[in-house]
Design a binder for this molecule. Structure first.
Ligand code: ZN
Length: 242
């Protein structure tokens, strides 16, 4: 069973299309870890594109909750809140209804999936080994998939130890030693100084993780963001991958 793992699309349709084209034929189902909207210029088109995917399991992220008025905008930084106010206005009722139905976390055949963390799916950022080590106590299976940090990485628990690893791009990375917290990185707003869209393929039959990066037309996304007068800092960060 090969699963396309995507997270943090953030209304960046150009990046999402590039990922779906690149991944075509390499997966049997899709798990989307939330934050379909927020920051970017195409919230409705991204919701439509995701929900139309075959064999999909989709979570909501903190931006998805805020975009439908179910999370206080004061919990976001000012530019994120500005983009969310625009997203709230732009969202069609069918998009809002879809986002409203999404769970924050789920266990699928023993694999935990959550937007931020299995303890605090909307609020917690697992970016270091100190927190990752604690999070292994909050799920029971071998694997937990998360997004939210916008940084692709692998945390491995082996005995009492927890290691942070970076899986090589485009190569099969074995995940058969210990337990893992896996983050595919962000489709629509990467923050690891690599502006290319990120996703991963999880193969549960071979215990492998393939991290992928895909170039996309960043200028086109930026052009659309300027058309809607979204904050300039959100536009320029896409070039830098921060
Ligand atoms: Zn996000």
């Amino acid at each position: 069973m090969r699963i396309l793992i995507i997270a943090d699309i953030h209304a960046n349709l150009t990046a999402l299309e590039a990922v779906l084209t690149h991944a075509q034929g390499t997966f049997d189902m899709v798990w989307c870890l939330g934050d379909l909207v927020g920051y970017g210029p195409e919230p409705n088109a991204c919701v439509q594109r995701i929900r139309a995917l075959d064999k999909l399991v989709c979570l909501s992220g903190n931006h998805d909750r805020a975009a439908i008025g179910k999370m206080d905008l004061n919990t976001f930084n000012p530019v994120a809140a500005t983009a969310l106010r625009w997203t709230q206005m732009a969202l069609l009722s069918e998009s809002r209804d879809y986002l409203n139905k999404l769970p924050s976390m789920q266990v699928i055949n023993g694999t935990m999936i959550a937007h931020g963390s299995p303890r605090q799916p909307y609020f917690e950022y697992i970016s270091d080994t100190a927190l990752a080590r604690k999070m292994f106590g909050h799920f029971t299976g071998a694997i937990c998939l998360i997004g939210h940090t916008h940084i692709a990485c692998v945390f491995q628990q082996s005995g009492n130890r927890c290691h942070k690893l970076i899986a090589p791009t485009g190569k099969s990375f074995s995940i058969n030693t210990g337990r893992y917290i896996l983050n595919p990185g962000a489709v629509g707003q990467p923050r690891d100084h690599n502006p290319q869209a990120a996703y991963a393929i999880l193969d549960l039959s071979t215990d492998s993780w393939v991290q992928q990066r895909v170039p996309y037309n960043i200028t086109e996304t930026q052009r659309r963001m300027r058309r809607y007068e979204l904050p300039e800092t959100l536009i320029t960060r896409l070039d830098l991958g921060v």
